[in-house]
Design a protein around this ligand. Structure first.
Ligand code: FPP
Length: 264
């Protein structure tokens, strides 16, 4: 855990430093997943075209990725483009793909500098070849890194992922009796990674929108009204602090209550 590394990057005496100092180093979530929402509304509030919200959202991506790496998170997954997002106007889809390529080109050195391992989850089919090429190159150039695992969910759908895992099980001719939760987990796009402990959604919407449906079974959900382009380090730290106040039971009972039960 590298709270010191994070603090070293924050101006001494600032509000962000005060927030960072409240974080309990031994209770930092291993995996944070984020539904980045509200780009369109951010742009509309400023009478700008919707795509300007996506453009502005890139700075939030940068800040969240770097803060996560400094904080020593194991995995960060950002929902960049869902299978359902193909229903958007072609011009908006095209801008999103361009922004993604631009982000990779401008940030690859930073990802490398922070020892971040970049990974794409979702279906390859349908993605433009030039986007795929750049994604694969970023994955290859960061493959040996041991720092933050940074997943971008692209052309992703939770139901599609479960469907693809079922297909993989059938293609591998796995015996039905061998398919338990552990085995099934190995067939998911996030095989080998811990499931999200904390799911953040921006812009106030109370939905999971087909994101990591299997993996979020026990995730703590944090919804903030902040629109994605306004989301900064401070908001991530606030979400982690809220998470640290939660009592995670995984279907059991709180330890204090369990103690009472044993004593009576
Ligand atoms: C949701 O806002 C946001 C998206 C569908 C795309 C998010 C993409 C980016 C921030 C840019 C590229 C990402 C990376 C990782 C480099 P919305 O358009 O649904 O907003 P609205 O609900 O206000 O209309």
């Amino acid at each position: 855990m590298s709270l010191e590394r994070l603090l070293a990057s924050i101006p001494e005496g600032s509000d962000d430093a005060a927030l960072a100092r409240q974080i309990q180093p031994d209770r930092v979530p291993q995996h944070v997943a984020i539904i980045m929402d509200g780009n369109g509304r951010w742009a509309e509030q400023r009478r700008l075209p919707r795509v300007e919200g996506h453009r502005a959202g890139i700075q939030s991506v940068r800040e969240v990725v770097e803060t996560s790496a400094r904080l020593g998170l194991g995995v960060l997954t950002l929902y960049a483009f869902s299978i359902e997002n193909w229903k958007r106007p072609a011009a908006e889809v095209s801008v999103l793909m361009t922004l993604l390529r631009r982000y990779l080109r401008s940030e690859l050195d930073t990802l490398i500098e922070h020892g971040i391992r970049f990974n794409v989850i979702g279906r390859e089919g349908g993605l433009p070849a030039e986007v795929l090429d750049e994604l694969r190159e970023a994955e290859a150039r960061t493959a040996g890194h041991r720092g933050l695992q940074f997943n971008i969910a692209l052309n992703y759908g939770g139901r599609a992922e479960i469907g693809d895992a079922v297909k993989a099980a059938l293609e591998a001719r796995l015996a039905p009796e061998s398919i338990d939760e552990e085995q099934f987990s190995r067939l998911r796009y996030t095989a080998g990674q811990p499931d999200p402990d904390l799911l953040i959604r921006t812009s106030g919407e109370m939905r999971v929108s087909n994101f990591l449906l299997w993996q979020i079974a026990y995730a703590e959900i944090y919804v903030t009204g902040t629109l994605w382009p306004d989301f900064r380090r401070r908001h991530l730290l606030e979400a982690i602090l809220a998470y640290q106040q939660r009592d995670r039971r995984y279907g059991g009972i709180a330890p204090a209550v369990a103690g009472t039960t044993l004593c009576t």
